[in-house]
Design a protein around this ligand. Structure first.
Ligand SMILES: NC(=O)c1ccc[n+]([C@@H]2O[C@H](COP(=O)([O-])OP(=O)(O)OC[C@H]3O[C@@H](n4cnc5c(N)ncnc54)[C@H](OP(=O)(O)O)[C@@H]3O)[C@@H](O)[C@H]2O)c1
Length: 229
């Protein structure tokens, strides 16, 4: 499979590159020019297309001929970076390609997620401060996902819990709604978030789903996995 990774130089992106290579995929990575060096450890095992991920010319070049596109959706700045990235992927990826996007639990598809008070406060305060300082705009990620949810492409939006570093524990478990008991631990290893993204490429059951994920070894997952979803 030929797989494009948008945001390949970030923490999540580099884990995805490694998982994709481990599975034998051909990898095309897109990252900002200044971050190309972060992909040096992969040497000539990947093709790099330098540039902003909301640049349609860059995205068009990178996704050409790809069977799958993994996109790290980030709401940096206040000029619609995430929305521009998502729209470019939706418009320019080959018809029929699997499109997998990352975001956080704060994104809701159907409004049926039940959020803890602390998560609501965190999102409200971070959102306001980030926008005020003009370094990020959470509404941009919301709009990006709205467009993805409305699309008839073969998309999956993977919603990550709070993240931590550490060795892989295996494929996270998921649920359609934040608030379901299986997700209560709210903790996923970043390397396993990446594993879920890459595995989703080959899992048609996840097409047009927005799985909220949690580490498979967390207490809530161990107590509830397989019981409900
Ligand atoms: N962090 C969390 O706790 C958390 C929790 C749940 C879900 N998520 C989701 O997980 C995904 C990855 O998040 P992460 O926090 O782990 O970060 P990450 O993987 O390090 O990714 C950050 C990305 O943003 C890029 N970036 C940084 N500053 C930028 C700027 N000013 N303009 C444009 N691009 C910029 C980075 O590119 P460079 O390499 O060029 O800097 C990198 O590709 C996101 O979709 C996020 O919504 C994160």
């Amino acid at each position: 499979m030929r797989v494009c990774i948008l945001g390949a130089s970030g923490k999540l992106g580099r884990y995805m590159v490694q998982h994709a290579l481990d599975r034998g995929h051909d990898v095309v990575g897109v990252c900002r020019e200044r971050s190309v060096g972060k992909l040096a450890p992969f040497g000539d095992r990947i093709t790099i297309v330098p540039g902003p991920t909301d640049d349609r010319a860059v995205v068009g070049r990178a996704v050409a001929g790809c069977d799958g596109v993994l996109t790290v959706l980030v709401p940096w700045g206040v000029h619609g970076y995430a929305t521009g990235t998502a729209q470019a992927v939706l418009d320019l990826a080959p018809r029929g390609a699997r499109l997998v996007f990352s975001c956080g639990w704060h994104i809701t598809r159907d409004g049926k997620d039940v959020y803890s008070r602390s998560l609501r406060w965190t999102v409200a305060i971070f959102g306001r401060v980030a926008r005020w300082l003009r370094f990020a705009d959470l509404d941009d990620q919301v709009e990006a996902c709205r467009r993805i949810f409305a699309s008839d492409t073969r998309w999956t939006v993977v919603r990550g819990s709070d993240l931590e570093e550490g060795a892989s524990q295996g494929l996270p478990v998921w649920s359609r709604h934040v608030g379901d008991p299986v997700l209560a631990s709210n903790r996923t290893r970043r390397i396993d978030f990446a594993l879920f993204m890459v595995a989703a490429l080959a899992n048609d059951a996840l097409i047009r789903e927005a799985p909220a994920i949690v580490g498979c070894q967390t207490p809530s997952a161990l107590a509830h996995a397989g019981v409900e979803r």
